[in-house]
Design a protein around this ligand. Sequence first.
Ligand code: LLP
Length: 446
Amino acid sequence: MTTVTMSKVAADADDLSVWPASARRLPHGVLAVGGVCLAEIADRFDTPVYVLDEGEVRAHCRAYRDAFPDADVLYAAKAFLSRAVVRWIDEEGLGLDVCSAGELELAVTAGFPADRVVLHGNAKSPHDIEAALRLGVGRIVIDSPSEIARLAAAVGVGTGGAQKVMVRVVPGIMAGGHEKIRTGTEEQKFGLAVSDGSAQHAIARILGLRRLELTGLHCHIGSQITDVKPYVAAVRRMVGLMARIRDTHGVVLPELDMGGGHGIAYRPGEPALDLTALARRLRAELAASCAAAKLPVPRLAIEPGRAVTGPAGVALYRVLAVKRTGERVFVAVDGGMSDNPRPALYGVRYAPRLVGRRSTAEPRTTTVVGRHCEAGDILAADVELPGDIHPGDLLAVPVAGAYQLSMASGYNMVGRPPVVAVHDGTARLLVRRETLADFRRRDIGE
Ligand code: LLP
């Protein structure tokens, strides 16, 4: 019995199903991603370091393009953005969803065509709006009533043309992997609700303004959604609203943006959203609802973030300390909640693994913690890791490419890790490590 359990644990520990497709086991327990040995990356770039598999990012872009050939696929920059990622996304034919002047400027200055960018934000600053208009952003998604007049006035300052806008609608649908990332119902800050008429009211106002051109509706019901059904229900409601707009105003909106939120597996065996099923069911529902409402089928847009870059990232840490406290074994690494706040924020579970050497030691239940001065700085609680893990070992956390570095902080002045791209056997630095000099440079008071 024990033998069976142990061999299952060993098999699980060797499961690479959530790793990039390029992950390969080399002799002596060493692992390579994108043709580059992870231990070599740790030696060359130091740890902690984030590895991004370019081929894996591109493969996810292509999977989206193949599944949604007639739709606009906009990568949600908030998941992770760098100039190289901007280029990959552009070359793969995707658009971009940004939510700040920062993301927008980075993308456009890296050569991304502004007309393929959609700007979001529940509270756009004057700077966001100025940058969007100056750079010629394709669509601005209106998220609050006060934004309408502000935007229309700002558009007037320029060429006198109209800015294309969409309205973010709250369709009243509950979905999403955690309370903090559910955005389809009324009790959260995003969008304008259908249920109380605020979406309809905003739409009527926009239609009366020459300087704003309403191209369609937008919704984003939540994030880390692994079931297709809430999307299908949301499409039905959005088309219902489009039909009411046609009936009330005589306007047929040509676009429908269904947002992102496509869930991925962080650990072997976890569910993920089935992209092909999503594409098929969305298309079918859109066709059926539009036919029933006698509306032409609008052009569909989707905004995946996590599902594009998440599975392509691996976080590499060096073990600094191993400690037994009561019943628990803590393995402390040289990063933590400043580079990955997700376990602390959403209770997300990860599957770290020992890389860089082979261990024949029995697995033991271990809690991987960070180096930050906070007891909640836990990267992975109660995971099975070899019992002989010691300082100097390398631990890798897969599925680290989304919402980790983009949410990283300066906590404890540890500095944010670098990002290294791997592709076809080569590694190159995309984003350098944040150093003490960076902290000092910003600190200009006496
Ligand atoms: N579109 C809009 C308007 C969004 O607000 C988001 C994510 C996306 C698209 C992309 O969603 P995705 O496909 O990546 O799930 N920090 C959280 C996730 C927050 C998502 C915010 N909005 C996390 O680490 O899980």
